[in-house]
Design a protein around this ligand. Sequence first.
Ligand code: NCD
Length: 309
Amino acid sequence: MVEASSFKGRDVVSMLDFNREEIDFILDKASEMKPLAERGSDLLKGRILATLFFEPSTRTRLSFEAAMHRLGGGVIGFAQPGVSSIAKGESFEDTIRTVENYADVIVVRHPEEDSAVRAAKVAEIPVINAGSGPWEHPTQALLDLHTIREAKGRIDGLNIALVGDLLYGRTVHSLAFALANYDVKLYLVSPPQLKMRRDVLEKVEGRLNYVETGDLKSILPELDVLYVTRVQRERFPRPEDYEAVKDAYRIDREMLRDAREDLIVMHPLPRVTEIATDVDETPHAWYFRQVRHGLYVRMALLALVLGAL
Ligand code: NCD
């Protein structure tokens, strides 16, 4: 049996650090946050969240900040490293050591893969990884699972496709780690250049039932969940490599005629061209509802690591 107290003081660095019982527990707590999000709460009154964003963000930063406000807490932080003392040459570690004197929990997004691990190592207070370069984005995976559970009532038994940039996309890495705890069939759909990272697959070997393919059309009719991702332009070493794959997949309404009636289309957002806007008005579109789940999941995580539940 998982207890809320076991999350107190914990870091949320990698999806690999959480087992199925813990994930389900967090998702249950996220569902309980729904009414609190609507009417507000003082569960985290007097607590302070620091959001340190060294990379662009809309949803992740704002939903963490909104989550803290909805629970009655306060928020400090920066969204551009250029305005912090990093610009004067301060190290990442020193920045974390400084900020932990002002806050009770730190949410950090940084271009380096080991950033969250490094932050968690130096900080005494909980560190939540909001994106560690191209490696992981665990809170996105939790909100993705929450969305699937809301839409389908379960995660086990589903056919799920992750489509697009499986090499540089951090959300699909964390999601693959998370899904390894469930009985799903996973299709990894990408152009050959953007196949799922081998080190991700190594970590779930034997625990995840997956197939790699480039052909979305042929598997589409079998799917319960189509999880589409943006090709991560900013991670490509050479612009011409991005140009070669940027339009590899484009989902539109016409194409979804071959899909199950109850297929849900998800996307961590932002989208560029990979989902046509004509999908937005179909019952398949879940990506904007998915955004809302980010609020509930982040409320639950903040309350859990701060020991308020
Ligand atoms: C994702 C990210 O930052 O990794 N965005 C998000 O947090 N919802 C996906 C992306 O940028 O493509």
